[in-house]
Design a protein around this ligand. Sequence first.
Ligand code: DGL
Length: 275
Amino acid sequence: MSSTQPIGVFDSGYGGLTVLKEIVSKLPKYDFIYLGDNARAPYGTRSFETVYHYTLQCVLWFFKMGCPLVVLACNTASAKALRTIQQKDLPKIDPDKRVLGVIRPTTERVGMLTQTGRVGILATSGTVQSGSYPIEIKKFFPDIKVYQQASPMWVPLVENNEQDGPGADYFVKKYIDLLVAQADDIDTILLACTHYPLLKNKIAQYVLPGVKIISQGEIVANSLADYLLRHPEIESRCSKSSQRTFFTTDSTEDFDHHAGIFYGQGLQSKHLVLS
Ligand code: DGL
C-alpha cells in the first residue's frame, strides 16, 4: 500500500456530500473517499448503540482502505459515536489514525455570529437528544443560550427530492415556528444536519429578515484545512492527486441519480457490502 492515502468522508447517506463539496473546493489537491451508508439511513432516529455500531463499522472500512484521517460529515454520527471512537476505539485499533467530526468546528464558530446571544439549532431527533450542541457551545460561549428543534421530516423530504415542493413549505414552517416559539430573539440558526442546506432558501422564507442561517460545509472545510496545517504528521500521509471516489451501501443507480443535487455535479459511485 502507498505511504499516502485519501481522506475519508462519511455520512449516513447523501447529506455529507454538501460538506464534501465545500471541502473539495477548499482543498482541491487532496484525494477523498466518500461513503454513504444509504442502506441503513436514516441514522437520525436510531439509538446511540446502533449509530455507534454502524459508524464504527464504516470507520474500520475506511482504515482498511488506508485512510489516515476520516471526517464524520454527519451530525448524528458525530453526536452519538465520535467521542467513543476517539477515546475508546482508536487507541486500540490504530493510535496513528484520526477521526474528526462536524460538531466541534461548528460550535467554535457559531457563537461568534450571534448579536443577541440566542442561537437556534435545527437537527435530527438523535442530534437534539444527544445534547451535543448545547454542551459544546457552552464550553466556548457560556453566556449564549441555545434552543434546539428536532426536524425529523426534513431528511425524508430531501432524500425524496421534495425540498422545493409544497410539502416542504408545510414542514419547514412547522419546525421554524416551534423553534421561534422558544425564543423570539434568536438571530442565528444553525442547520445542524448535512441534509438541511438543500432547504436553506425555503427556511429563509419563514424566518424574520436579518436572522442568519448557517450551513456547516464551509465551516467544516476551513476547520479541516486548519487541522491539516497544524498536524503535518497527518497531512504528510494524505495523498494529493485530486481524486474523488464514491461508495454507497445501497443502489449505485439511486445514489448517482440523487447525489448530484447534494454535490452540485454528477458522479459515479461503487457499491460496498459491509460484512
Ligand atoms: N446526515 C445526518 C446528519 O447530519 C442526517 C441524516 C440521517 O438521519 O441519517 O445528522
